[in-house]
Design a protein around this ligand. Sequence first.
Ligand SMILES: [Zn+2]
Length: 680
Amino acid sequence: MRKIVVVLSIVSVALFAFQNKESKEGKKESAKAFPLDNLDKSVSPCDDFYQYAIGGWLKNNPVPNTESRWSSFNIVRDANNAKLKTILEEFSSKKNEKGSMEQKIGDFYLSAIDTKKADELGISVLEDEFAKIDALKSPEDIINLMAHHESIGVNSLFGFYVGQDDKNSEAYISFLYQSGLGLPDRDYYLKEDEKNKSIQLDYTEHIERMLSLAGIENADEKASSIYAIEKTLASKSMSRVERRDPEKTYNKYSLAQLQEENPDLNWEVYFSALGIKEIKEMVVSQPKYLNAINSYMDSIPLESFQDYFKWKVINSFASSLSSDFVAQDFKFYENTLSGKKEMKPEWERALNKVNGNIGQLLGKAFAERHFPEEAKEDVAQMVENLRTVFKERILALEWMSEETKEKALEKLASFNKKIGYPDKWRDYSSLEITPDNLVQNTMNSRRFNFKYMVDKLGKPVDKDEWFMTPQTVNAYYSSSKNEIVFPAGILQPPFYNVDADHAINYGGIGAVIGHEFTHGFDDQGSKYDAKGNLANWWSEVDREKFDGRANLVVEQFNGYEPLEDLFVNGKLTLGENIADLGGATLAYYALKKQVEKEKMENKNIDGFNYKQRFFLGWAQVWHMNMTEEELRKRIATDSHSPGQYRVIGPLSNMSEFAEAFGCKEGDPMVNPTDKKAVIW
Ligand SMILES: [Zn+2]
């Protein structure tokens, strides 16, 4: 939706459970941190370090039928889903006090796993929503309906949310942004190559089938007209690369200006229907898009609008409807677009729904049982070690002036860190959950979450809020809060292993910490100051030098070709690639300090010194197999490069890597000096 936060990796719903105290045996074995048969020693580390470090793993770990990619993130999630399953089964099988955490989690799970009930209910669960659409008459009705859809998580011609004001991080403000597509990106509609054309046809057919299942007549005609509307929206949309520029997407409007520029939409009606009593100003992320929609809406016949809205509602709840809808939804979104061959077992799909709707509540139950406090202290110490190294490196930068350095250090010093789980938990008491209607539970949860968001307007910014649930296997940087956050979910092997040596932990979570720190200084984050405001603190000359160095990274990644004629988008992935390069460098030097302090320089494990093990550790984090469909989708939509390039990309810029493995100028893993990117 919006770049509130920059995450380490896009993962679907990833859950985790920490190692229990009683299961912490096997210290020696886990100290190895990765099995040696992950390696492929037939390849030189200086030719292709990815293949060398994890070639064995890649060969032995094909993508399972229920997945579109297979990586550490998925493995960590799977190993622990079983533990979450235990919580869900326990809560759902006992008699709980109405309104308690156990009752809400248990009943949501029951409603999600009861596929018989969903089949019985069929499309009737959406009757009320369809009736609202059938009753549309005037433009005012339409804008009212769009506001209603926003509140139940159904995407529409444009979207709304409340977030921190980029230029005043102490306050919340409303945002309007482009929306309304059913395919993953505008380019899916606009590119006319064979692959895209075939997806366009499949998508139109998918809409037709879903409408037919819902008992809607003339589904083929209607599907074409819906597709045409979405294609128009796509053609007016800003590209992902353009949207990376925070100045371009920050356009402040008063209500009067908004009304004057977009006169065909009644904005007072819209905001009031969203539950906002008084609105003076807002940020419009893509003003031209909104202008275009304002004029375009006039030309859409009422009936076409109704078809479009029905499709949006069906699509939004598809995975919670009866099994015929669920199967068709899987067929298009998971199989055609992602290459998954089989659906996940019912319990796991149900778990994902609990997690997706009331994830914080489940996270609380989880953290109470499975979070070891010692990991928190250990990782907090690593964060400070990385911060120290970053400070030293900023002071030593040759390309940056003293005055900009001062500002950079001020920003670095004010980074906040959060580790494990929130200090304060959200209050779910007004949310109603029953055991027998999944769509209703989903709607209630979405409305509850929407109200929680809208209620922020006018209040001071909640510094304790988390944008990820504790069980998520991921991490993030928030530019408006200037903070880095590491949920409990990522604090385990191969990212963090309490029993492993420093090299492995710095190559894993250490580099992840460095990655998140560096996001504060990537192409986007560097435009926000120490207080989290979008405000320039760079001298013009320093910014030019930064851009010159960043351009080397853009060109480097533009050259990667994972499939014939399919290239990584260097501009789309720039922020992540800068973060990986900075993260690996910072962690390497933090490790070096630690090893020198403890006088462990000469300790070899499995025949590798600590420097080599550091880079091997980083590679283990990114071992990843992917279906071709998923790869194509991610190249078009994901700001992260595929795992392979997250390893060879940064390391081939690092002289520290070349030194560790004795690689020479001219080797594929050593970028030529004039192309070598060193930023932080
Ligand atoms: Zn990132």
